[in-house]
Design a protein around this ligand. Structure first.
Ligand code: NAP
Ligand code: ZN
Length: 352
């Protein structure tokens, strides 16, 4: 065991602050990574503030962060895929049982015994897992990803959650050329969804509450932008979408978007506000469906990273020092991020 530096929240109302956490010494199948950048997901904020207490209550101290990219510093004796000096990335999961049908199918995100990167029981050290707002992490090789070497690392980090969480449902629901695809909420997840839907050849319409994001949405790959508060603009799209991805972090009127689906169209929720209300007729009419989607499996995450390498896709990031994390959370709540904060972990080294 060794000590790592980290930023943690001590309670649901405390700001994050510098602390020391235990990390295990790398075991035979482990990879130890010096973290270079960690993206800031809205889930970090939900978890730190215990906004999911019904389903995933927070254990304090809480070290969030599941968009991790860094460099390998040590590997265990049975590790074959990584060596010291390699780039490596870790997303939302750090373990699963590896034996169930979901794991065998490469769908570890559905394993009943998976371990999330933070706030999950830690089988090695007891207590809970600590995430990427830290200078290093030790993870089983099965959950470590390879990073294409042509991409900017600050912009790669958010691919590990915002990227895979939007890529996976688009692949599942068959987003391709000729499909009309909506993206609701132009934040961290939403802006990645726009990039992927555009790269997959779809006609992309962004729905935003922020008129100031219109130009950016077009630059990111949208064909059309709708200011969702404008009922006339919404009305023009009724019954026309094959697929809509909803990436909004707060309660909002989901029925307004279900009504934009064509017959048999699907709306997938990736945004996770505490609750939403659905009017049954929004689904019954047009035989529409509503579903959700959690992150993605490890093989698909690697596929997504390789796709990003080929297509030169990264997140648009504002790089921040870790000391600005509490301000960054306040700005997330105001939808004031273009379009993902990425923490430069070198800033943690200088903090004492
Ligand atoms: P984010 O960067 O804060 O973006 C959320 C966006 O939602 C905002 O930029 C804003 O877009 C829109 N929005 C915010 N408040 C709103 C309101 N009151 N009404 C309507 N729109 C509003 O958050 P994120 O990191 O992308 O995460 C989005 C959600 O996905 C969070 O709930 C997060 O926990 C969840 N998530 C789920 C998974 C999964 O596996 N399913 C993975 C990661 C994250 P506009 O300014 O364009 O309106
Ligand atoms: Zn996330």
């Amino acid at each position: 065991m060794y000590n790592a530096k980290a930023f943690a929240a001590a309670s649901d109302t405390s700001p994050l602050a510098l602390t020391t956490i235990p990390r295990r010494a790398p075991g035979e199948s482990d990879v130890q990574i010096e973290i270079l950048f960690c993206g800031v997901c809205h889930s970090d904020l939900h978890q730190v503030r215990d906004e999911w207490k019904e389903s995933m209550p927070t254990v304090y101290p809480c070290v969030p962060g599941h968009e991790i990219v860094g460099r390998v510093t040590a590997v265990g004796s049975s590790v074959t895929g990584f060596k010291p000096g390699d780039l490596a990335a870790v997303g939302c999961m750090v373990d699963s049982d590896g034996t169930c049908s979901e794991c065998k199918a490469g769908q570890e995100q559905f394993c009943a015994n998976f371990t999330l990167t933070y706030n999950f029981p830690d089988a090695h050290l007891g207590g809970v897992t600590f995430g990427g707002y830290s200078d290093s992490i030790v993870v089983d090789e099965r959950f470590v990803l390879h990073v294409p070497n042509n991409l900017d690392l600050a912009g790669v980090a958010p691919l590990l959650c915002a990227g895979i969480t939007t890529y996976s449902p688009m692949r599942h629901w068959g987003v391709t050329k000729g499909k009309k695809v909506g993206v609701v909420g132009l934040g961290g997840l939403g802006h990645m969804a726009v990039k992927f839907a555009h790269a997959l050849g779809a006609h992309v319409v962004v729905f935003t509450t922020s008129p100031s994001k219109k130009e950016d949405a077009l630059r990111l790959g949208a064909d059309e932008v709708v200011i969702s508060k404008n009922a006339d603009e919404m009305e023009k799209h009724v019954g026309s979408f094959d697929f809509i991805l909803d990436a909004v972090s707060a309660d909002h009127d989901i029925n307004a978007y279900l009504n934009l689906l064509r017959r048999d169209g699907n709306l997938t929720l990736v945004g996770a506000p505490e609750k939403l209300s659905v009017a049954p007729f929004s689904l019954i009419m047009g035989r529409r469906s509503l579903s959700g989607s959690p992150i993605g499996g490890i093989a698909e995450t690697q596929e997504m990273l390789n796709f990003c390498g080929e297509q030169n896709i990264t997140a648009d990031v504002e790089v921040i020092p870790i000391q600005k994390i509490n301000d960054a959370y306040e700005r997330l709540l105001k939808s004031d991020v273009k379009y993902r904060f990425s923490i430069d972990m070198a800033s943690l080294k200088s903090d004492s």
